[in-house]
Write a protein that binds this ligand. Structure first.
Ligand code: ADP
Ligand code: MG
Length: 329
């Protein structure tokens, strides 16, 4: 993809100390995000997939600097979120916003949904009181809610409606980039499609760029331009959605795709289900962390961490995989 990168994540790491014992000394380290680099292009949706616990939320939160990075850079139009001062971060937050899985826990039950949507405008002191009221009305309409329900409280709404409030709040400051962490995973399947369609429509109308985090491959396939696959804190494959789904180049991606139920029996593939448990991010396996579960693993896979490299030998189309054996796939 030739479009300019709006966000560049470089060698991002987030390690958490694990404390224990009587004195609460640090005993170990959870390597939740380990050396992650990728670009987010203006106007695209990059889907981030992987099993629960692989570090998707930590990556999103660390990118947003809701967590302090252990190391690495997050460049937004040349400004580094990872090392920004509190004042710089305050300004940067207008451009980069997050939408969460569970709007019920991210919305304060004691403030009305109108106040919840207005709060970012108040914090950033944007416009006059009348401007803010008009902006909140506009935001309610943009997410398909009647501005007349603003005086009500979160518990009076369904999950889908609350997520619309969460989206309106996320859009209040006119961000350019949205990190959406499992935004439909807590919703009934019947409502998921409506909220996904809303996100797609808002992206088109407002020119938004999304990092869309989901463990659900069908959701990611539906709305991503590109897809990144995470395994134990690292991106193991990234590329255009069509390439990833039609020709996955990492054995883990293949196993993930093969674990999705396929209704049409003619399209069923030879199944190689994922073997064993996801190993712990405290003691990740040596070399390629996927090697204990990988049908293709050989000695080098146990010894060396594979680099993300172009899958194609006839020109780089942006499809990268971190596998010593990708030529065998
Ligand atoms: P995902 O969103 O892909 O399910 P997470 O980012 O939530 O994964 O978690 C990645 C790893 O980091 C897990 O092993 C999780 O237990 C660990 N982790 C997440 N947050 C913390 C924290 N605040 N302290 C310690 N470990 C954490
Ligand atoms: Mg998560």
């Amino acid at each position: 993809m030739k479009a300019a990168a709006l966000v560049e994540v470089r060698n991002l790491r987030k390690h958490y100390p694990v404390r224990g014992g009587v004195f609460g000394r640090q005993r170990d380290t959870v390597r939740a995000v380990e050396d992650v680099s990728f670009l987010l292009h203006a106007g695209e949706t990059l889907g981030l997939v992987g099993e629960s616990g692989c570090g998707k939320s930590t990556l999103g939160r660390t990118m947003m600097r809701l967590e302090e990075p252990t190391s690495g850079d997050v460049l937004f139009e040349g400004r580094n979120l990872a090392s920004a001062s509190a004042a710089e971060l305050f300004t940067l937050r207008r451009d980069v916003q997050m939408i969460f899985q569970d709007p019920y826990s991210s919305l304060n039950p004691r403030i009305t949904i109108g106040e919840a949507v207005r709060e970012p405008l108040d914090i950033h002191r944007l416009g006059s009181a009348a401007d803010r009221r008009a902006r909140v009305d506009e935001l309610f309409e943009a997410v398909g809610l009647s501005p007349t329900v603003q005086e009500r409280y979160p518990h009076e709404f369904s999950g889908g409606q609350r997520q619309r409030v969460g989206i309106a709040r996320g859009l209040a400051l006119r961000p350019r980039v949205i990190v959406a962490d499992e935004p439909v995973s807590a919703l009934d399947v019947s409502v998921q499609g409506q909220v996904l369609n809303l996100l797609v429509q808002l992206q088109r109308d407002l020119g938004l760029t999304y990092l869309f985090i989901s463990h659900d491959l069908s959701v990611v396939e539906y709305l991503s331009d590109r897809v990144a696959v995470m395994y134990l804190g690292r991106i193991v494959e990234i590329g255009k959605r069509t390439s990833i789904f039609a020709a996955p180049a990492h054995p883990y991606t293949r196993a993930l795709l093969e674990s999705v139920p396929i209704a049409d029996p003619r399209k069923r593939r030879d199944r190689v289900p994922l073997q064993g448990e996801t190993p712990s991010a405290v003691h990740p396996p040596s070399g390629c962390a996927f090697h204990p579960r990988c049908p293709l693993a050989v000695a080098v896979c146990r010894g060396e961490v594979p680099a993300l490299e172009s899958v194609r030998t006839d020109g780089d189309d942006g499809h990268l995989t971190a596998c010593h054996r990708h030529d065998e796939i």
